[in-house]
Design a protein around this ligand. Structure first.
Ligand code: GLC
Length: 421
């Protein structure tokens, strides 16, 4: 089954690492600053990932409760992290290491699923035409040079590199292509599925790795869709058919290491986003951008540790869980796994939480972090509220009695065991 592990895992790690990590000012730096090849070259000449430790990365992902990792094999700058025969612009030439090999081996050693990210865009390749999205978009000479650039040759190169990745590294579970922008802008073309031969590329994936899941950014439908840096507000579907989705999210808005961007999301917010995704039948892919030496930045490491501590206690509410057909109270969201309903409380309602429609349906309630039993009652809608009892709630409401002290975890979770009916 191509997708089962993915639906189960719910939580993965995205890793953006490349030459831009040493530039340390966003993975789009070459584009944002319109750098020429020569201006970008020092990051290649001085690439020295001495602290890129794939084993440590894999362990960190596992300890954070993640089931898979997705590494940038090549980003838009065209730099390949593996030993590619199709160009010299690669990690073996720069530092003598095949980082994809190290990564794949480390993931397997930890029992994690192997995901690869691969950029369709390539600002380094001499045949990739200058479009509105290209670092040289404002350079008339470069644009005139499009006459000598041959996208047929680029396509061959692209397919050749993908073939290498899908044949040289054993079983690959997941491939994230990035991305297609067919619209014209500023009098310049974009790139459409035909530019990649998207159909042919997807067929190549199916042939070489039949069980691998492929995302939707070839510009044609794939196995899952990829909301980027936003959260959907309900389970996603198209024409009434549910869509498999994964929201990819950053720690601070940048994917590649951005030294001076300290706009760090809190671990609490990230856990809420994860629970929110699962409550809508989605996954969350949380990014880290290792620094110029390949190490996970201390600020990211801290956040991952905090999330990992929460996942250690609340794993059952995430892994293997999904959307629940019940209306959550205003304080949070539900996830469901078999006969368990999990209420993730984004705010702490002192005293009581009222669960519409659940009267008579719950056999047992407890806090998941410490397994402590919680009293439940069904209040009489006609009864008057007084100091110690909650106001009359709508018929069918189950009231869970809570300690005044909020459990000291990022997001408290109430586990409700549903009665068999
Ligand atoms: C994008 C960006 C990018 C990032 C990615 C992650 O479209 O171009 O830098 O790698 O999405 O989803």
């Amino acid at each position: 089954m191509r997708r089962r592990w993915f639906d189960e895992a719910r939580f993965g790690m995205f890793v953006h690492f490349g030459l831009y990590s040493a530039a340390a000012r966003h993975e789009w730096v070459q584009n944002y600053e319109k750098l020429t090849d020569a201006e970008y070259r020092p990051y290649f000449d001085h690439f020295d990932p001495d602290l890129f430790d794939a084993r440590a990365l894999a362990r960190r992902a596992k300890e954070t409760g993640m089931g898979y990792v997705v590494l940038t094999t090549k980003h838009h700058d065209g730099f390949a992290l593996w030993d590619t025969a199709h160009s010299d612009f690669n990690a073996v030439a720069a530092c003598g290491r095949d980082l994809v090999r190290e990564y794949v081996d480390a993931l397997r050693a930890e029992g994690l699923r192997v995901g690869l990210y691969h950029s369709l865009i390539d600002w380094h390749h001499p045949d990739f035409t200058v479009d509105w999205n290209h670092p040289r978009r404002d350079d008339p000479q470069a644009i005139a040079g499009n006459a000598d650039r041959d996208m047929n040759r680029y396509r061959e190169f692209l397919h050749g590199q993908v073939r290498e990745l899908l044949t040289g590294y054993g079983e690959i579970d997941y491939l994230f292509f990035d991305f297609t922008y067919p619209e014209e802008r500023d009098g310049l073309a974009g790139k459409s599925p035909e530019d990649w031969d998207a159909e042919g590329l997807l067929a190549l994936c199916r042939e070489l790795q039949p069980d691998m899941i492929v995302n939707d950014r070839l510009g044609i439908p794939g196995d899952f869709v990829t909301p980027e840096q936003y959260q959907p507000t309900s389970p996603l579907s198209r024409d009434g058919v549910p869509l498999v989705w994964e929201a990819c999210q950053t720690m601070n808005g940048s994917w590649g290491y951005h030294r001076d961007n300290t706009d760090q999301k809190s671990a609490t917010l990230l856990v809420q986003m994860l629970a929110d995704s699962v409550s809508m039948d989605g996954n969350m892919l949380l990014n880290v951008g290792p620094d110029g030496r390949g190490a996970i930045a201390p600020r990211d490491e801290r956040t991952l540790r905090e999330i990992g501590e929460w996942m250690r206690l609340h794993r059952d509410a995430i892994v293997g869980a999904g959307h629940a057909d019940a209306r959550p109270p205003r304080e949070g969201v539900y996830t469901r796994r078999g006969d368990r309903l999990y209420l993730h409380l984004f705010s702490w309602p002192l005293g009581f939480v009222h669960l519409p429609g659940l009267a008579g349906k719950v056999g047992y309630a407890r806090l998941l972090n410490d397994g402590s039993w919680l009293r439940t009652t069904v209040s009489d809608p006609t009864q008057q509220a007084d100091l110690m009892t909650p106001a009359g709630e709508a018929e069918g409401t189950l009231t869970v009695h809570l300690p005044v002290t909020r459990p000291d975890v990022l997001v408290p979770v109430i586990e409700l065991t549903l009665r068999a009916d």
